[in-house]
Write a protein that binds this ligand. Structure first.
Ligand SMILES: C[S@@+](CC[C@H](N)C(=O)[O-])C[C@H]1O[C@@H](n2cnc3c(N)ncnc32)[C@H](O)[C@@H]1O
Length: 227
């Protein structure tokens, strides 16, 4: 059943590949690769089953719950509440952003960019740059490559391997494809055109809702930049 659902998900994502969302009153705030870490006032984009069912009747959301992995963190009532009371867009972000130029004020992303290979990440962040208004802000959190490598001499190889070698055949969105430290992330952002690139701290700063969106303190690299 799980494999069939993921196959249907992949087919539906490919049908939506080239769409652009119009009629959006902007500029808006978007959360890329949101998972279930979402909050009001944001448009949350993800290619998962969660976002696929978000606009369906509650019965479908309840049905899909056990196949999403959400049962490890939420009970079914919490899951229905998160999925049906927030704005989700079901979209494969390897196909770029479904927004036009100068439509976004803020772009947030937590523990998602490492699920893209480097070219896909560069293209997506290039799209984000184009879609942001001048002065718009991006905040990216990824597992810190420096932290992951520090586990190796620390005799924590099993933990370290999980950063590099997640291999979930049913849900390929789970796999990590690249890792970043501050230098490589800031070089990528600066080549795209971003300026004022700085390292951030967990849940701190004036980025909107940072206290609600940041959710992984210990192993994360936080980077902010401006268009
Ligand atoms: C590790 S989770 C992070 C979720 C959340 N941002 C957080 O910090 O807890 C990675 C998320 O990226 C999504 N994802 C991975 N590849 C994707 C893609 N190509 N397009 C859209 N979403 C993708 C997955 O579905 C998953 O929800």
């Amino acid at each position: 059943m799980k494999n069939i659902l993921f196959l249907i998900n992949t087919i539906l994502l490919s049908l939506k590949r080239n769409r652009k969302l119009r009629n959006i009153d902007g500029p808006i705030k978007v959360n890329l690769g949101c998972g279930l870490t979402v909050t009001k006032g944001w448009i949350n984009i993800d290619g998962s089953l969660n976002s696929l069912v978000s606009r369906l009747p509650e019965a479908f959301i309840r049905l899909i719950y056990r196949y999403t992995g959400a049962n490890q963190s939420f009970d079914v009532g919490e899951y229905v509440n998160i999925v049906s009371n927030n704005d989700f867009i079901h979209h494969d972000l390897r196909d770029g952003l479904p927004f036009g130029s100068n439509t976004l004020s803020h772009v947030y992303s937590s523990h998602f960019i490492e699920h893209l290979n480097r070219d896909e990440a560069t293209n997506l962040l290039g799209d984000a740059y184009d879609a942001l208004v001048s002065g718009g802000k991006i905040r990216i959190s990824v597992p810190d490559l420096e932290y992951a490598i520090s586990l190796y001499p620390d005799n924590k190889k099993d933990m370290m391997e999980k950063y590099f070698f997640i291999n979930d055949k049913a849900n390929t969105f789970s796999n990590h494809k690249y890792m970043y430290d501050f230098d490589s992330m800031s070089t990528m952002l600066s080549r795209i055109g971003f300026r004022d690139i700085v390292r951030g701290d967990f849940a701190e700063g004036d980025f909107p809702n940072v206290d609600l969106l940041d959710n992984r303190c210990k192993d994360s690299l936080f980077v902010e930049a401006i268009k």
